[in-house]
Design a protein around this ligand. Structure first.
Ligand code: P53
Length: 476
């Protein structure tokens, strides 16, 4: 047997907007995910100003989990899931985001969903904000660029904590809060924070301000959560993409170190309740004027997280460019190909050892338990006539990563709570809006254009993962 704990949380992960559909059911409001069209590899999703007639919005129907969740959870139970990570679609609970009172139909939906999980002994693991900001908050307040949005989030979090305090123990506040470190592209600032940039904006400064309000909102939510139920485990959620130096030239090493700071300082604030010195000196040098009050600093200190939830798909590499005197990192400019690892069809660099490296890196820096809440391989699957999919490539990817994960626990002593591979059932890709980029153990019959029966069928990886769970990772 492996040395993973007996109660290790094996499961799977999804996000409401990527599978539920039912975008107008039960009084749900329009979310940021509802105004993003279909994109593709190298073709960013268009962000429209509201829902525009005639465009393809893949999240509107998604895989119709809203109506089919019982069937899907039965399949998760068959695989032996001990937990199921999903998010609560904010705009089901507060359709416009700024209401005083929550929407009962939305709350009831998640009561039913969590009951269905608990029926099988599956522990819900819940993300509060997973790229699902009510779109009205974007229009009326410019999303998280506005301090008022802190209060809207905190109200939403409090309602959820109170309502589900007996059903949900594991929480996360903001999904992949650090994606927006990539502020020169539109996708991450919009999905993380509801930022729609205007001409002439200082994109970087605006991003740091919005991220600050989110960090404060997270800390205030943690404080409230702990009073609602002291047994809650509330974590942050970081997109871990370790950044390697291209070579061992000292300038490449420094470049990678500085790039890591810009992508991961978010974790320092979540865990230590204060900004690291390198960010304070950076803000000073750039003369950013950020609204960070004394009360914010108190709140950050009082609302530190219990664990680090993170996603891991790939690693990056950077190279120092002449003239970059301060080793400034621009994710849309500075990444280079790492020729020592293969890439997926979507250009993601596959690097299982990077997972072990990341687990050590987090533990060395923060000394908190970790929870791998996303990992997986987005690939094009071919469905056979009998409905099966021979996805050996997915099994290979997951096996290689689980091997490294177990080595980090057994050989490096990392404390790990669980592992929930991404998109355990096929769903809409976040970055491209495609159905074709599949992650699931369960195939869903639907294509990029929205055609298909929505029928579910088991892939080869279904039985494989079931075995992995049954043997607690011993048989891969
Ligand atoms: P898709 C970028 C880098 C790493 C993870 O991604 C990312 C992103 C943004 O897409 O997102 C996470 O669907 C995210 C999920 C998402 C999943 O990774 O683009 O938390 O919502 O679906 C996979 O292939």
């Amino acid at each position: 047997m492996t040395r993973l704990p007996k109660d290790f949380l094996w499961g799977g992960a999804v996000a409401a907007h990527q599978l539920e559909g039912g975008w107008q059911e039960g009084g749900k409001g329009v979310s940021v995910a509802d105004v993003m069209t279909l994109g593709g590899p190298g073709k960013p999703r268009e962000i429209t100003d509201g829902v525009v007639e005639g465009k393809n919005y893949p999240n509107h129907e998604a895989i119709d989990f809203y109506h089919r969740y019982k069937e899907d959870i039965a399949l998760f139970a068959e695989m032996g899931f001990r937990c199921f990570r999903t998010s609560i679609a904010w705009s089901r609970i507060f359709p416009e985001g700024d209401e005083q009172e929550p929407n009962e139909a939305g709350l009831q939906f998640y009561d039913d969903l969590f009951d269905e999980c608990l029926k099988y002994g599956i522990e819900p693991v819940v993300t509060l904000s997973h790229f699902e900001l009510p779109f009205a908050l974007v229009k009326k307040y410019r999303g998280f660029t506005n301090r008022k949005t802190i209060d809207f989030f905190v109200r939403f979090a409090e309602v959820c904590f109170k309502r589900y305090k007996k059903k949900v123990k594991y929480w996360m506040t903001f999904n992949e809060i650090n994606n927006q470190a990539n502020y020169n592209e539109d996708f991450a600032p919009f999905t993380n924070s509801g930022i729609v940039y205007q001409e002439g904006d200082d994109r970087e400064q605006i991003m740091y301000q919005a991220a600050h309000y989110e960090l404060v909102a997270s800390a205030r939510a943690v404080q409230i959560g702990k009073t609602v139920n002291p047994d809650f485990e509330i974590g942050c959620m970081i997109a871990m993409v370790p950044i390697y130096p291209k070579t061992c030239k000292p300038k490449d090493i420094l470049m990678a170190q500085k790039a890591m700071e810009k992508r991961y300082y978010f974790t320092d604030v979540h865990v230590f309740g204060e900004y690291p010195r390198y960010m304070k000196t950076y803000f000073e040098r750039k003369e950013f004027e950020l609204d960070i009050t004394e009360q914010d600093q108190v709140d950050l200190q009082k609302g530190t997280v219990d664990y680090i939830g993170f996603s891991y798909y790939m690693s990056f590499a950077v190279e120092y460019q002449k003239g970059n005197e301060h080793f400034e990192y621009d994710e849309s400019r500075d990444l280079v190909r790492n020729e020592f690892v293969p890439v997926s069809d979507w250009g993601w660099q596959i690097d299982p050892e990077g997972l072990r490296y990341s687990m050590n890196w987090f533990t060395d820096h923060y000394r908190l338990p970790l929870f791998i809440v996303e990992n997986g391989f987005g690939a094009i699957d071919v469905k056979e006539e009998d409905g099966t999919v021979d996805d050996l490539y997915r099994i290979d990817y997951l096996r290689a990563h689980i091997e490294q994960m177990i080595r980090a626990v057994e050989e490096d002593g990392v404390q790990l709570m669980g592992y929930t591979p991404w998109g355990c059932i096929d769903l809409v890709s976040a970055s491209t809006g495609e159905m074709k980029k599949r992650y699931g153990f369960i195939y869903v019959d639907k294509d990029n254009e929205g055609q298909g029966t929505l029928d579910r069928s088991k892939k080869r990886s279904f039985e494989w993962y079931k075995q992995v769970i049954a043997t607690n990772g011993a048989e891969l």
